[in-house]
Design a protein around this ligand. Structure first.
Ligand SMILES: [Mg+2]
Length: 149
């Protein structure tokens, strides 16, 4: 079954905002279009309509061949729509099966796993953090090269 530990596979958690989806770009574009808009991430459709980051979709599926992969995303908790829209985004871009691998948690340190691919630091996560968007892991190519030698 999809949601049980797969034997002999290490577990990878993949963040959504600015790892799978282009959050910052969408936020900047919304503010450019309407300078009065302080919190685009609190508007209807914001999370459902984020564009995938370059290489993210192919990279996610590539990881699935070698790892037990989950999406681990923290909610924009002031926007209740965010919880639903993240679920919609995953189905639209990664397929319905991947919805079974979507974990929405404000505390990523609670999850047990080997790797976390994330643009933010989550103190307390016991596995290895691949700091996405920084010098060592600037993009999906760098992540795949490291995790699939
Ligand atoms: Mg993020």
């Amino acid at each position: 079954m999809l949601y049980y530990k797969q034997k002999n596979m290490k577990r990878v958690y993949v963040d959504m905002d600015d790892v799978l989806c282009d959050y910052q770009e969408a936020k900047a574009a919304a503010r450019a279009a309407d300078p009065e808009m302080k919190y685009p991430q609190s508007t209807y459709g914001f999370f459902a309509n984020l564009k995938p980051k370059k290489g993210a979709i192919a990279g996610f599926h590539e990881l699935e061949k070698h790892y037990e992969v989950y999406i681990l995303t923290a909610p924009s908790y002031l926007n209740p729509l965010c919880y639903t829209e993240k679920r919609v985004w995953v189905e639209n871009h990664l397929g319905l099966d991947t919805v079974l691998r979507l974990i929405i948690s404000p505390n990523k340190a609670l999850l047990k796993g080997d790797y976390l691919i994330d643009d933010l630091v989550h103190p307390g996560f016991e596995g290895e953090h691949l700091h996405f968007g920084q010098a060592r892991f600037p993009d999906w190519d760098a992540v795949l090269k490291y995790l699939i030698p």
